[in-house]
Design a protein around this ligand. Structure first.
Ligand SMILES: *Cc1c(COP(=O)(O)O)cnc(C)c1O
Length: 371
């Protein structure tokens, strides 16, 4: 393709990251919360909205929000950095620590944005593949970090799209072996039994290379807001601040996040519901001709055995159920990923899936046909 002006040479061939959006009744493809935030949050937001000085720039340091997040996690505001979604947090880390001549390490298959944002910041990427059960071989990981001496080692826990949380021993092990930052992306952290946040050692302040990244997009039912943050050493927070654009975090987002922290119990209720539904989906999948992997997140990866992933994806779409087609991603051939929805949505997903795989009860079959 001829171009008006040549693109940065290292970016040719790179395409934007996106998930196909189709108008469907049951949207189970992007791992959002199926439930809206609590009404009381919305009321508080409406009432504070009237007090915003819209003619003025927002608090550049997002101090009140960072203070509140710090209290939530038992750390100081100087250990919290906030940005427009955890993707911007990752971008700031890579702008501050990556760049040409530096290398980030990661373990495939994993969240595609880690590699993508590294490439956008001209950071080299070195990776190895996870085992067939998607666990990490620590000997291979050691060899990788020894060879490339990464400035950042990325872990995603629970790992998107495979679903398992990284055992704390793995994080500790990598912290000992990897020379640079160990960034644990915990976008789905609240659904998992363990968190790298528990590995932080307050007495090691000023020397900790562990960075934990979280987001309001999944558990907090606030994907529309674009708010993410990291908990890490004050030095890392300062480095991120120095590369973020001035006023990158607008007043509305700061306010929405701060007020959300008044509703921790409601968030935890939603998480409990999703976990219950996730386990129901996992149990149901075990009865079907699919290969499936355990999940500590709000999604489940599975591989249909009797029909192709594409055929099953199409059958689901025909019944207005959208799941993520991962079948062409490397390391995930013939895999689909379903986000846990409401009980009704999950029941519908399972019914259509059973029917697609020839396992429907007569009643279910009649119902899916009727729609
Ligand atoms: C969804 C997701 C995010 C969220 O990104 P935001 O920019 O906060 O919406 C981050 N990391 C992983 C692994 C995700 O799956």
């Amino acid at each position: 393709m001829s171009r008006l002006v040549p693109l940065r040479p290292d970016l040719t061939g790179l395409s934007g990251y996106h998930s196909a959006q189709v108008d469907v009744q049951v949207r189970l493809n992007t791992n959002e919360s199926p439930l809206p935030p609590p009404d009381t949050w919305l009321e508080e937001l409406r009432s504070e909205l009237s007090r915003v000085d819209f003619n003025r720039y927002p608090d550049r340091d997002a101090h009140a929000l960072r203070q509140a997040l710090g209290e939530f996690h038992g750390v100081g505001p100087e250990e919290v950095f906030c940005a427009k979604g955890s993707n911007e947090v990752l971008q700031c880390l890579l702008l501050a620590y990556g760049g040409s001549g530096r290398c980030a390490a990661l373990f495939e298959p994993t969240y595609a944005l880690h590699r993508h944002i590294a490439s956008l910041t001209a950071t080299e990427v070195a990776s190895i593949w996870r085992a067939a059960d998607y666990s990490l071989d620590l000997n291979e990981a050691d060899a990788l970090v020894e060879r490339v001496r990464p400035i950042i080692t990325f872990l995603c826990s629970p790992n998107n799209p495979t679903g398992r949380a990284e055992p704390p021993e793995v994080v500790t092990h990598l912290l000992e072996r990897a020379p640079g930052l160990v960034v644990v992306d915990e976008a789905y952290g609240q659904f998992a039994p363990t968190s790298a946040l528990d590995l932080r050692q307050p007495e090691r302040r000023g020397t900790s290379r562990l960075v934990v990244v979280r987001t309001f997009s999944k558990t907090w039912s606030m994907a529309a807001c674009r708010l993410g943050y990291l908990v890490g050493d004050p030095e890392v927070v300062e480095a991120c601040k120095s590369v973020a654009l001035p006023y990158h975090l607008d007043a509305l987002t700061q306010m929405a996040g701060r007020l959300a922290l008044h509703h921790v119990a409601a968030m935890e209720e939603r998480v409990a519901l999703v976990k219950e539904e996730r386990d129901r989906i996992c149990t149901a999948l075990r009865e079907l001709p699919v290969e499936t992997w355990p999940s500590d997140a709000n999604f489940v990866l599975f591989r249909p055995l009797k029909r192709s992933a594409k055929q099953v994806w199409n059958d689901l779409l025909e019944e207005s159920v959208l799941v993520r087609d991962c079948s062409e991603w490397r390391g995930l051939s013939e895999c689909l990923r379903v986000t846990v929805g409401t009980a009704t949505e999950n029941t519908r997903f399972l019914a259509v899936l059973r029917s697609s795989l020839g396992h429907a009860s007569t009643k279910e079959h009649a119902q899916t046909r009727k729609r």
